[in-house]
Design a protein around this ligand. Structure first.
Ligand SMILES: *Cc1c(COP(=O)(O)O)cnc(C)c1O
Length: 360
């Protein structure tokens, strides 16, 4: 029996995708082998790779100015790979810190440059808001401005993406990429690990504006130098082939669902139902400012924290899994990525209401 999986990552995948992968496990399209066993430069895998790149460009509506790269190293790897690729002759980069992930990006960048804290979303209640552009205090000539557009742990999403003129915006989109249309043209760079909303761990996606490919520092490892990866069509070294294949199946699934507009409508419905349930209750609460509430990751707290273990045990009995909040924040967190169906959220809110009624 499949459960409803609210894990923050690695996270739920569409059942159709898992079934197709299972069907094709031993013999992909008459090749007599698994995708895992193929040469990455052979005709079969090349077709999988090209189709995945075409489909993700299509879903993202990526303009011709931007390259889509398949890399490895995850979101945290990019915290080093971004400065090594983006600093050029500059030694300052600006950071808008809205939660744990952008805080990590800020800290790691200090190994390569002088990071400048342009704005912080930290309040007396922790990270609960995305500072507006008018609050950002940019330095004079930063190499780029870094932003995490969805903070997975704190549940803070940035909806208002400003125009920064000549300064490239670099965004960690790990946990909300493909959850709704994003205007790729506004970003110099977007990056994200695949294991939240795209597919399985092992693949990292980087979308980079072509004119930014000449800024890499000489210390940047060749396998992570975006210009080299781009020139080799993400085949400079062996790419994470099976993770690319799974991502490709997810891209096809998204297209069958009607693309990102349709997915956004579903994600809105799911998140609205959950936040409305929390707000209507005196037992559950969410601390994030309304306009910054993430549609993908919903942290919430019980009024009586001594009931946390009860709540989780009861959820498990109903097949509602991985609801425990991140240890740095506590409480609960429901991650409701694309692959978590509306029925899963309905089952969760029914359970929350029952719990409040019978045991609160
Ligand atoms: C999960 C996550 C990361 C870390 O990704 P890894 O692949 O584990 O390195 C970074 N940023 C965000 C926003 C995340 O959600």
């Amino acid at each position: 029996m499949r459960v409803f999986n609210f894990s923050a990552g690695p996270a739920a995948l569409p059942e159709e995708v898992l079934r197709q992968a299972a069907d094709e496990m031993l013999d992909w399209h008459g090749s007599g082998m698994s995708v895992m066993e193929m040469s990455h430069r052979g005709r079969e895998f090349m077709s999988i790779h090209e189709e995945a790149l075409t489909d993700v460009r299509d879903l993202l509506q990526a303009p011709a100015s931007h390259r889509v790269l398949f890399l490895q190293g995850g979101g945290l790897g990019e915290n080093a790979i971004v400065p090594m690729n983006m600093l050029g002759k500059r030694d300052v980069a600006d950071f808008v810190v809205t939660g744990s992930w952008s805080q990590k990006s800020f800290k790691e960048a200090a190994k390569y440059c002088k990071p400048h804290l342009a704005a912080s979303g930290e309040t007396a209640n922790g990270f609960t808001r995305a500072p507006k552009r008018s609050e950002w205090q940019l330095s004079d000539d930063p190499a780029y401005v870094h932003l995490c557009t969805n903070e997975t742990i704190h549940g803070v999403e940035t909806f208002d993406i400003p125009e920064l003129g000549d300064v490239p915006l670099v965004a960690d989109v790990s946990s909300h990429v493909l959850s709704r249309p994003l205007d790729v043209a506004k970003y110099g760079v977007m990056y994200g690990g695949a294991q939240k909303n795209i597919g399985m761990a092992g693949l990292t996606i980087v979308v980079v504006r072509e004119d930014l490919l000449d800024r890499a520092l000489s210390i940047c490892p060749s396998a992570f130098e975006w210009r080299i990866v781009a020139e080799n069509n993400s085949m400079y070294n062996t790419p994470p082939t099976y993770a690319i294949y799974i991502a490709g199946l997810v891209f096809k699934w998204l297209k069958r669902q009607g693309g990102l507009k349709e997915i956004e409508a579903r994600n809105l419905e799911k998140s609205k139902l959950l936040y409305e349930t929390i707000d209507a209750s005196s037992f559950f609460s969410n601390k994030v400012e309304r306009e910054s509430r993430s549609r993908m990751n919903v942290p919430f707290f019980l009024a009586d924290e001594s009931r946390n273990d009860d709540f989780l045990a009861g959820a498990k009995e109903r097949g509602l899994m991985q609801l425990k909040g991140h240890k740095s924040v506590g409480g609960m967190r429901a991650s409701i990525y694309n692959a978590v169906p509306l029925e899963g959220v309905k089952a969760l809110v029914e359970y929350m209401k029952d719990f409040e009624r019978t045991r609160a």
